[in-house]
Each structure stands twice: as C-alpha cells, then as structure tokens.
Design a protein around this ligand. Structure first.
Ligand SMILES: [Zn+2]
Length: 297
C-alpha cells in the first residue's frame, strides 16, 4: 500500500487511475507520471502564496522537521556541502540541498561507507528547500528535510560544481521489459544495501524492477529488503527517507512497512498485470500544511 506513502491522499487518486486493467504496464507508468506531475502542479498553485521556493535561507532555530513528508516544513536546516568524501552534490542550482542535520549526517556517513566499498562517487540530488515546504516541480514529498535522492550514476569523476546541473543521470531499468538493464551492477546493489540496512532509514523508494533484482538474490539476512519500497519512477535514483528525529515532536512519520521482505507477490503486483493491492481509502484532496509552517514561510 505504498501509494499513500509518498503522495498522501493524492496517492489514492493516482493509484486508482493507474490501475486500469485496460492499460499496459508501460501505459500505467506513463499515466502515473502524468498524474503525479498534475498533482504537483496543482499543489504548487494551491501554495503559490507561500513561495517556498523563493526563500533562499533556512529558518533560524533549533533543527526541527514539522509535519508530514508530503506536507510540512523545516526549521534550522543544514546545507549539504557540494563536495564531500564519497559524494558530489548534483543539480546544485535548484538550491535544494537543505535538510535536517540528521539527514546531512546520514548522507555523509553513507558516502563514507560507499567510499570504503569503492563503488564510485554518489551523486546526491534534491534534499529539501531551505525551509522545506512544497516544491514547484519534481516531488510531492521532500518537504521536511528528511528525504534525499541519490542517483545511480556512479561512474562520474568529481566535476566542477557549476557543471553538475544537466548531467545524464541515466536509468538502470529497462522500461519496456520492467527489469534492470545492463547498467545495473554490483555497485548499485552495495549502495542500496548500505542505505537500506541503516537503522535511521524509514523507507527507500526504488523502481519495482530494482526491488525485484535484489529480491532474486540469496542474502544471509534479508531484513534490509523490507526497507526498499517499490514506487513509480525511481529508475535513475533511490529516494531515501529518514525516520522522524527525536528533536522533532511535530514530525509525523508513517506506519512501518508490512512485515517481511516485500518480495514475492508484493513486488510482482507492480510488475505484472496480476493482483494489485487495494488502493488506500480516502477522498481526493491536496495535503494541508501544519499551521506552524505558516509562521516560517
Ligand atoms: Zn525523491
């Protein structure tokens, strides 16, 4: 029941739209993309007065994530440096490399482990805007400084910061056959395992074909697979979401994923035209921000 995870109530509407049995898998994916884009656009229009993307500096105060992943804001954000051991920030011009300090710390430690494993530099994309909040394009969540996108393009050398805004951040999924493509390799398996096994992580969204590729392997301990959640898109990056930090009393987390590794029927439901989970209940409406967020926008 992942539709509600990333998109809130909007997800329920998306899911019902994309579950048309008359559509091919590819058509369903395209429809999902269109619906999500529409939802994000509407969200931006509904929040235009907030102008969250115009705010260029963090809100002063003790670090705190406020609200939901897809309806919230952020105080006391820390900016991820453009360069660090094991990673390089990409799409820097968007000014979306702000996060709760726990997220910045997580990325730095993940990148250090990636460097130790010699899998290549992690290209770190969007975190949140300086004060979090809704984004004009590309994401429904990433609003409270606890979400980050890390791309699968691990073969890039360290580039000048000004050269990282139009990179070819390629897909590792064959979109027609819904399996990982020839670019997917051991370095990605390591990257996903290192991130998913970290106890600070709430969920990691990946394309269902990527989840399936990891499900098919033999693992001495399959616990980490539960953290990897199938979701539309996410074929060129993993979306890491941290749990609410202890300093954020008004951060609203989400229920733990269903027990088990999420392999078998659950992931097959995304890849086949077979059984599809029930869509989440609820009427269609846009998320409402916490009132506390109005004071910091
Ligand atoms: Zn993301």
């Amino acid at each position: 029941m992942q539709a509600i995870d990333d998109l809130g109530r909007l997800g329920a509407w998306s899911r019902s739209t994309i579950q048309s049995k008359n559509m091919t898998s590819g058509a369903r994916l395209r429809a999902a993309t269109a619906v999500v884009s529409l939802g994000v656009l509407s969200l931006a229009l509904a929040s235009a007065a907030h102008a969250w993307d115009d705010v260029e500096t963090p809100a002063a105060g003790s670090p705190e994530s406020i609200g939901r992943y897809a309806a919230g804001c952020l105080v006391g954000a820390e900016r991820l440096s453009a360069d660090g051991v094991g990673y390089q920030a990409v799409n820097i011009a968007r000014n979306r490399h702000y996060g709760h300090p726990a997220l910045v710390d997580f990325i730095e430690s993940l990148a250090q482990r990636a460097a130790d494993a010699n899998i290549g530099l992690l290209p770190v994309g969007d975190l949140s805007q300086p004060r979090g909040g809704p984004m004009i394009h590309a994401h429904a969540s990433h609003q409270v400084g606890l979400d980050a996108d890390v791309y699968f393009r691990l073969d890039l050398n360290r580039l000048p910061a000004e050269s990282r805004d139009d990179l070819d951040l390629y897909s590792v999924v064959d979109g027609e056959r819904l399996v990982v493509n020839e670019r997917f390799g051991e370095q990605h398996v390591t990257m996903l395992r290192l991130a998913a096994a970290d106890p600070r992580v709430e969920r990691i969204f990946v394309n269902p074909a990527i989840k399936q590729a990891l499900c098919e392997r033999d693992w001495p301990d399959r616990t980490f697979l539960r953290t990897l959640r199938p979701w539309f898109g996410h074929d060129d990056h993993m979306h890491v979401r941290l749990k609410c930090p202890s300093d954020s009393a008004d951060c609203i987390g989400q229920p733990a994923p269903a027990p088990g590794d999420g392999c078998g029927a659950e992931v097959a439901g995304w890849l086949d035209d077979g059984p599809i989970p029930q869509r989440p209940p609820g009427e269609r409406r846009m998320p409402t921000l916490s009132p506390r967020c109005d004071a910091i926008r």
